[in-house]
Design a binder for this molecule. Sequence first.
Ligand code: F6R
Length: 620
Amino acid sequence: MCGIVGYVGTRPAVDVLIRGLRRLEYRGYDSAGVAFFRGSRLEIRKAEGKLENVEKLLNSNLSSHGEATCGIGHTRWATHGKPTTQNAHPHQTGHVVLVHNGIIENYQEIKREIVAKGFHPKSETDSELFGFLVLQEMDRGANLTEAVRRSFAHVQGACSVVVMSEREPGVVVGVRNGSPLVAARDPLGGAILASDAQPLIEYTREVIFLEQGDMAVASRDGLRFFSLESGRELQRETATLDWSLEKLDKQGFAHYMLKEIHEQPTALVDTLNGLLDRVRTDPFPLAEQPGVKLLDSAREILIVACGTSWHAAQIGKYWIERWARVPVSVDLASEFRYRSPVVGPGTVVIGISQSGETADTLAVIRQMKEQRIPTLAVTNVRGSTLSREADAVFYTSAGPEIGVAATKTFTAQLFVLLLLSGYLSLRRGADSRAEIPAFFEQLVKVPHILADCLGSEAMTATRKAAAELVTSKGFFFIGRGYSFPVALEGALKLKEIAYIHAEGYAAGELKHGPIAMIDEGMTVVVLAPQDAWRDKTVSNLEEVKARGARIVGIGAASDSSLASLCHHWIPLPSITQGLDESLLPFLLTPILQLFSYEIATIKGTDVDKPRNLAKSVTVE
Ligand code: F6R
């Protein structure tokens, strides 16, 4: 979603803004812009498309921005109005300039009032309208901070804004009213604000995550916080970030996505170390934390999530029910929140979200809290809204994920869910508990096995199959048991980064309709590792083969009968033999990630920033 950066201090502001916006590019955007003070006048440069277009405008007249030490910048992901230069941010209304992230829900009402007063918005956006509100309040005598505060009283919807005015050069006012905003004091004087912490890391690790309803006022003298509701000054705690700049760079990989696929072993090790008390020698020694107490109290578990996180939840359901015998239901957050769900007593709700900012998932957590249902978060972002609003958090420690398509955060989410399953099995005295010590021994080896897998023949075979199938007119990914949600995730990856139609299906469901689509132009990717479902999956595969589809098989290296049915064979490395079937999703997933990555790079798509997508989906 939209990215915001605001800066005031001693450094060249436009440089800080552009570098900051670059770090937010991963969120997805379709136009960009900056505004900066030239003396006491504000100037704007904005353009459709990539940030480079704004840089071209800036470079064509260096003298205009070279001296500026205060400004705001924005990358826009269009919601209201097309992605044109006119609709790009910043928006100027008289002496007021602003950038905005989120949605003003009552924008039509505000627009009617503004037009009735004789104002003429220049864009189709909801964002621009906020500037008129601020302008009116300043004309009534309010200073910029107070005018922004009063204007917010007219606005409905979750959003954040950052505003400047020519009447107060060198002041940047930011408000968080839904969409996240993070602030930091610049050690050289002044302050920086942004939609997430990544633009700040270059200058400091000490950051402040604004709370809902906080205003931050930045000037050369530093940073102050006020309540949006009362206007009273607030004290806000600083958090120390543990992300390094080095971790944000591509480190020689062609794309962030490829780097992040290869970072999965480390992401799993870090997640394990973050959640377990490694001094203890018993299996699944979850470190003491509030989330553990909540889990202990669960009679049932409901997991809500969107997209890839929802796929992780589906696998989590299979695991928790298999290992711990605790009933689990899984819901898409966007569906759950608008129906009339029945959530029984004793239910604990888990919201899974790598970003911790997904609007629908957050909304469910809020609804549940209103009903006094205990809530848990699984997220990768410390300080994210989800992490702060849920009653307790289990963090994935995958490090920053820049590629829009989730990879390492997905496998890290899976790891958390599997750790919780094993813990609950022991805690509940489930029948499976006798198997748990041996299972735990295997589980701690998964990062190493995954690392081996990433360097194995499986990856060479995956690349080869991808290269030969790039022209396929469509793909089915099929599997049963744990492999079914992995198949859903494989299809999603291909759609989002390669823009090819793909569907994930439970292998047993193919004959209930979709098999009608199978012909020579289609490819079926079948996940049939050595598990309880392998034989059934293989018999479904025969039905597909008889209808002429190209077949890519992924299974145990020793499975020659499966290999003989496939046009392309991807053998899991022999190190995976004998592994508990619960662990196989960790080895199947990277193969499918790489498969999509290869097809996308051959097609030449923008792998790290696929069209129309955003990394953190803060609108419904
Ligand atoms: C796909 C992808 C999305 C997200 C979804 C939820 O690669 O990244 O489907 O999984 O938008 O996002 P989070 O996990 O941040 O709630």
